[in-house]
Design a protein around this ligand. Structure first.
Ligand code: ZN
Length: 134
């Protein structure tokens, strides 16, 4: 079994400051913290009215500092700008000023900017505009 979520039934106490952490909850905290999950997400998984601050406080007490930076996360979506090679579709998604901006990244022939799908989009859009304006 993987990580299980703790329901309200497992709560030891409603008082966050006095809360007793079970071994399971501490294990889950360590695992998720190690995976670089945000404290708010860990708090949700732990349930029992645990706040983000309680998770951070507990992890510091356990010595769980120095975890991987969240930059890793955005690699899941598509290649970051620096990782883009000549043989990848350069069709942009999102706002280049924002951290979740990424490129399509599908493999393409050298000297071709976009994959077939995005090439069609790139070359069809202006034609449609011209037809509509007449
Ligand atoms: Zn593409």
């Amino acid at each position: 079994m993987g990580i299980a979520s703790f329901g309200m039934a497992d709560c030891q106490s409603g008082d966050i400051e006095q809360m007793i952490w079970t071994d399971e909850q501490i294990e889950l905290l360590k695992t998720m913290w190690g995976q670089g999950k945000p404290a708010s997400e860990i708090a949700l998984m732990l349930g029992c009215n645990i706040t983000r601050n309680a998770v951070i406080g507990k992890s510091h007490r356990l010595g769980l500092t120095g975890r991987a930076s969240p930059i890793k996360k955005r690699m899941n979506k598509g290649p970051a700008i620096m990782a883009l090679s000549e043989r990848m579709c350069k069709w942009p998604f999102g706002d280049p000023k924002k951290p979740d901006f990424y490129f399509c990244g599908r493999p393409v022939e050298i000297s071709v900017s976009y994959c077939a799908e995005h090439r069609a989009l790139a070359y069809q859009a202006p034609k449609k505009l011209i037809v509509q304006s007449r």
